[in-house]
Design a protein around this ligand. Structure first.
Ligand code: CTP
Length: 220
């Protein structure tokens, strides 16, 4: 398969030296890219700024902001069979980016934020037969939120991730996730390395891609 994977945070500039971002390290997305490339898939990795080296054999597309990530995903999606959005896209950006460094002279400062585009939601009409996988990073109501995002973003699979725990989610090498697919199947996985989580997600994707092809052939 040709798989488009996003990873890492995005950075939304405030001025030439400051930005808004989040705690994503990119580890989960890079593990997915590494495992997919090792299995022989064609991988394009669109990554926000992280301290990781891109895995060998992937087409690497570095980006900084949510708007840049959206443009890169739109550019590469037409040639792909599946999209895995593991990136932690910033939900807001400062409305105005100061061309000069803001000075601390003022005691308080109000930043006006505007929403960034929801990349997955904005690709709804371009999905076609492609398989879309998203992540749900939650601190409460994990499964309810995962189901809502699966439906609202028109996904085939969502990886629900409780990011309030110290051994799972942001920055660490392990993760505890629940896979929820569009047919209603819920699979809670135990704590495991992000490489193993990546392998399970790719097992699901490969099985899904295979059955889609079988269905397509039997309809022909
Ligand atoms: N996502 C996206 N574009 C955004 C924000 C998120 O495509 N602007 C994707 C993420 O990559 C992830 C999924 O949507 O695969 C869910 O992201 P998450 O941060 O959990 O949820 P949000 O959509 O931001 O919703 P909420 O703020 O209500 O949690």
């Amino acid at each position: 398969m040709r798989i488009l994977i996003t990873a890492g945070p995005t950075r939304e500039a405030i001025d030439p030296v400051r930005f808004l971002s989040n705690r994503s390290s990119g580890k989960m997305g890079y593990c997915l890219a590494r495992v997919a490339a090792r299995r022989g898939h064609g991988v394009t990795l669109v990554s926000g700024p992280v301290a990781l080296r891109p895995p060998e054999g992937v087409t690497f597309v570095p980006v900084t902001s949510a708007l840049e990530m959206l443009a890169a995903v739109k550019r590469h999606l037409p040639r792909c069979d599946a999209l895995i959005m593991a990136a932690a896209v910033a939900d807001w950006r400062p409305r105005n980016v100061s061309p000069q460094k803001l000075k601390k002279a003022t005691a308080s400062r109000v930043l006006c934020l505007v929403p960034t585009p929801d990349i997955l939601a904005s690709l709804r009409s371009k999905k076609g037969r492609r398989i879309f996988i998203g992540f749900a990073a939650e601190t409460e109501r994990l499964l309810a939120e995962a189901h809502r995002k699966l439906r609202d973003k028109n996904l085939d699979l969502i990886v629900a991730n409780d990011v309030s725990r110290r051994d799972a989610g942001f920055e660490v090498d392990t993760n505890r996730v629940t896979l929820v697919d569009a047919s209603g199947r819920v699979q809670a996985l135990p704590l495991m390395t992000k490489m193993k989580v990546a392998a399970r997600i790719l097992d699901w994707l490969e099985a899904c891609g295979l059955s889609a092809r079988v269905l397509q052939r039997s309809a022909e």
